[in-house]
Design a protein around this ligand. Structure first.
Ligand code: ADP
Ligand code: MG
Length: 582
């Protein structure tokens, strides 16, 4: 599709979102049309006033015109209200609609989508882009509908007053429009650069705020201040350029307009000398011409808004159309037994190979620990079970079903997961444990899960106990406290498959051991995949699998592997020396 065809398609698609609100939209258009179609009445009233009432005797004084004026403004006030409120109501609904659509798709997107994008980039689609579309759409509809009617109505009125003069105006129009457009182009280019430098100001400020501790420790104050200074100085310069350009060009445009109007006045005066124009005609003509300028100005810059709005719409629909996670098959699992099988599984992120021909059978109820140097692919391997990623080769089976044939919900309902990066939600402690589908679980069970994860003690010390809000991503909690909540959440889910990816790494050795004891009980009757750094915590796993560079290099029980004296034994000896094994 070429540019303009794509523009049209986008435009039609946006319009389709306004379709459900077409009644309000039509009312608004009606108000706008009425408003625009009555614009010429003001100069017409003036004409009548000057020609027939001005300088009349006191005795024959009539209040008809002033009253008509008040009535006109009252009526136009109502029309303007209907037009503005109606159009904004539609725009706000479309905004809400687009945000909702984007969000519903966002939460259904595959993990790989999020790997490739920053949160800020996505969030700005919801905030900035949506606002841009709404503003541009409102502006463009108003200008295209209202201003073009105003222009046609005023021109018709002018032609009716004096067609020779109106013709002259028509000749004058294009060069003025051209000039205005040139100026607005230049301004647009500059405001784009201004936006860029404002973005930099934001970025530097954000970094300094987010990293305030590191700035302090590493003495980065002067560096950050200098960086910020540069950014705000740039922003100032571009802002001044925008201001100076518009300040310098505005008088130039005004000059051209004044020149045109001056010439028109000469013509008009000649007409009046020739007797084909009254005083009222003259006043009315000049007034109507002056009223013509603002809508012409807006009409010449409408394309700028249109482009800005379409660019934002493209970004929004890009997210709406992003293909959701493949829904998987239709097979249900029921209460899964929890048998997991990896068959010749290879995985790559882009062209980076991270898993290479993994073959592994985990029996239902077995606890398997994965160890190995970081970057080896442990997280990537366990992430294949809930189908966060799809392997390039091989299959992952749960209870004998290839995971892609299972209903995604059914598969994930069978899995509890504590990830490497604990994620908490801005809600109470209680609802961070009883999250999502667990929200309706009876309170006793939630408290029991917290207890099992040794969370109850620290929660009791909080001001409002379980009802304490934890702030954005649990910033007010320590790393170990966060992990305990995440573990409690996983325990509460009571799923047949439990995945713990370095779930206890932020705990002190003592808490870790206590949680491990709790987990040891919990492992009864369910399949556990445990990625652990501290080897002491997995010694009693049914099996230990050592992963290096995407391959299984060793597996067996702790005793077997120590006896074999291979990779695991070396890791173990290293941790013993460094005192990590206590
Ligand atoms: P481990 O958990 O054993 O430390 P990972 O499975 O996290 O290892 O990572 C294995 C390799 O894959 C690493 O080299 C890492 O940089 C890379 N990797 C991990 N996740 C991604 C991702 N989402 N996108 C691209 N590369 C990734
Ligand atoms: Mg990992």
């Amino acid at each position: 599709m070429n540019g303009s065809a794509r523009g049209t398609a986008l435009y039609l698609r946006l319009l389709s979102h306004a379709r459900p609100h077409r009644v309000i939209f039509l009312w608004s258009l009606l108000g706008m049309t009425a408003l625009a179609a009555t614009e010429w009445i003001l100069p017409a009233l003036l004409r009548h006033l000057v020609d027939h009432e001005f300088g009349a005797n006191l005795g024959t004084l009539s209040f008809a015109i002033p009253l008509a004026l008040v009535a006109l403004f009252a009526a136009r006030g109502v029309m303007g209200y209907v037009a503005t409120v109606g159009l904004s109501a539609v725009a706000q609904r479309v905004m809400m609609d687009l945000r909702g659509k984007m969000f519903r798709n966002l939460v259904a997107l595959p993990a790989s989508f999020f790997d490739a994008r920053s949160a800020g980039e996505l969030v700005s689609k919801f905030t900035f882009d949506v606002t841009q579309v709404a503003q541009a759409a409102t502006h463009c509809v108003t200008v295209i509908v209202k201003d073009s009617i105003v222009i046609v109505a005023l021109l018709a009125y002018l032609a009716w007053l004096n067609w020779r003069l109106a013709l002259f105006l028509l000749v004058l129009g294009p060069p003025i429009a051209w000039l205005i457009q040139r100026v607005s182009q230049r301004l647009r280019a500059m405001s784009r650069r201004l936006q860029g430098s404002m973005g930099e100001v934001n970025a530097v400020a954000e970094e300094a705020i987010g990293g305030h501790r590191d700035v302090k420790i590493f003495g980065g104050q002067a560096y950050e201040a200098a960086r910020f200074e540069r950014a705000i100085n740039n922003a100032r310069k571009f802002q001044m350029k925008v201001i100076a350009t518009s300040a310098a060009t505005e008088p130039a445009v005004q000059m051209v307009i004044a020149l045109g109007i001056g010439m028109m006045m000469v013509f008009a005066l000649r007409e009046s000398a020739a007797g084909s124009m009254t005083r009222g005609d003259f006043v009315s003509f000049v007034t109507a011409t002056a009223m013509l300028l603002p809508p012409v100005k807006r009409l010449t810059s409408v394309n700028e808004y249109l482009q800005r709005g379409l660019a934002a719409a493209e970004s929004i629909f890009g997210l709406v159309d992003e293909p959701a996670e493949p829904a998987g098959g239709t097979a249900e699992l029921g209460r899964a037994r929890g048998e997991i099988r990896f068959e010749q599984v290879s995985l790559a992120y882009g062209d980076k190979q991270v898993l290479d021909g993994i073959d592994l059978h985990i029996a239902a109820g077995e606890s398997v620990a994965f160890v190995g140097a970081s970057g080896g692919g442990k997280t990537s391997l366990v992430n294949l079970v809930p189908r966060f990623y799809v392997p390039q080769a091989g299959r992952v089976l749960v209870d004998g079903h290839p995971v892609e044939t299972l209903k995604l919900e059914a598969l994930r309902a069978a899995i509890a997961y504590v990830g490497q990066h604990v994620v908490l939600f801005n809600d109470s402690i209680y609802h961070n444990i009883a999250y999502g589908a667990l929200r309706e679980v009876p309170r006793e069970r939630v408290l029991a899960a917290a207890d099992a994860a040794f969370g109850s003690e620290f929660v009791a010390a909080l001001p409002a106990g379980f009802d304490t809000p934890i702030g954005d991503d649990g910033l007010r909690l320590s790393g170990g406290q966060r992990q305990r909540l995440a573990i409690a959440r996983a325990l509460l889910k009571d799923a047949p498959i439990l995945i713990l990816d370095e779930a206890t790494s932020a705990l002190d050795a003592d808490s870790e051991r206590r949680i491990q004891q709790a987990l040891a009980q919990l492992r009864q009757g369910r399949t556990c995949l445990i990625v652990a750094h501290r080897l002491s915590t997995i010694e009693n796993a049914d099996r230990i699998v050592v992963i290096e560079q995407g391959r299984i290099v060793e597996q067996g029980t702790h005793r077997d592997l120590i006896a074999r004296g291979g990779a695991y034994a070396r890791l173990y000896a290293m941790q013993r020396e460094s005192g990590e094994l206590v």
